[in-house]
Ligand binder design. Structure first.
Ligand code: GLY
Length: 317
């Protein structure tokens, strides 16, 4: 039976490398998406997810995460939580609840404490340096505070044919306290149905939510569109509508996979990266290259991969 994992951004690669071996041996899609997301949440140099994520305008790291099971359609999500090591694990546990499966702020934190989820100070010295640097730049140059909103979103198909999806993010850098984006919102940041396929989004939550992009992609795949076609149609349509009606479209990027393990991606930004492994292909990073109505991508070469490591390790000046 074929299997597959696809995730937004290069940052998911290490988690996918470890998980591809496990999924090929029978680990469930639900456990796989959780473990790929946890690997990103735990890594201090990824600035938009979990530990090391960039803070809100009050210099607090507020985290959002979600989980969905494609067999039962169960959903769990948390939003605006502080100081928990793995928000995705809380979301996964919440998906087992019949009621109260999406919790925010202090209510979510109480749930985390009552159910033994590990606490951790998620604000790193590095994130504080980025915050101070941005504060200074805003004061001196009047820059827009809003920048940086890269969610990790992972879709998996296991060898039993079950699909699952999970997301996690620290949201928009310098966001208002209490701001929530698309990542924990079913249908916008994520959606999965094992009978069809799944999708996850990254980009500007305020705009992704205007198109319910993840549900729309799954709906189109259910009507017979290939994952690539469903992703392209959804992103291009939302991008064009937003420009037509509002004069501007924020960053919109998606990954998706159907229940045969075929995958697709689409974006309206210059360089969107994503990580994939399937029963037919070893873990790889791809970079999108073309935005003319149909997304084109190529495998990241050694030079790009080395440059990426250098970039994320760069000292904050
Ligand atoms: N896409 C993540 C966010 O806007 O919060």
């Amino acid at each position: 039976m074929s299997w597959g994992i696809i995730a937004t951004w290069r940052m998911a690669l290490e988690g996918i490398e470890v998980s591809s071996e496990k999924i090929s041996k029978g680990m469930s899609a639900g456990d796989i998406v959780e473990s790929v997301v946890k690997a990103v949440e735990d890594y201090p140099l990824y600035k938009s997810v979990g530990y090391g994520g960039l803070p809100n305008e009050n210099c607090e790291v507020e985290l959002d995460a979600a989980f969905m099971d494609g067999n039962s359609l169960s959903i769990g999500a948390v939003a605006g939580i502080k100081d928990f090591k793995n928000p995705v694990s809380m979301a996964k546990r919440l998906s087992e609840e019949k009621y109260n499966c999406f919790l925010v702020g202090t209510g979510a934190e109480e749930y985390g404490d009552e159910n033994g989820f590990e606490r951790k100070n998620m604000l790193t010295e590095r994130a504080i340096s980025f915050y101070n640097k941005r504060k200074k730049a805003i004061k001196e140059k009047g820059l827009s505070p809003y920048d940086g909103h890269d969610t990790v979103g992972v879709v998996a198909l296991d060898i039993e044919g079950t699909m699952a999806v999970a997301t996690s993010t620290s949201g928009l850098f310098m966001k208002k306290r209490g701001r929530v984006g698309d990542s924990p919102i079913s249908g916008s940041g994520f959606y999965v149905d094992s009978n069809i396929g799944g999708a996850a989004a990254t980009g500007l939550g305020e705009d992704l939510m205007k198109g319910c992009v993840s549900y729309e992609i799954v709906r189109l795949m259910g009507e017979g569109h290939s994952p690539q076609d469903a992703a392209d149609r959804t992103i291009m349509k939302l991008n064009n509508e937003l420009i037509r009606r509002r004069g501007y479209a924020g960053d919109l990027s998606v990954v998706c996979m159907n229940n045969k393990g075929q995958w697709g991606v689409a974006t309206n930004i210059k360089e969107f990266t994503f990580s994939v492994a399937t029963s037919n292909e070893k873990p790889k990073v791809y970079i999108t290259k073309n935005l003319e109505g149909k997304t084109v991508y190529e495998e990241a070469d050694e030079e790009w991969l080395k440059g990426y490591i250098k970039k994320i390790n760069k000292k904050v000046e």
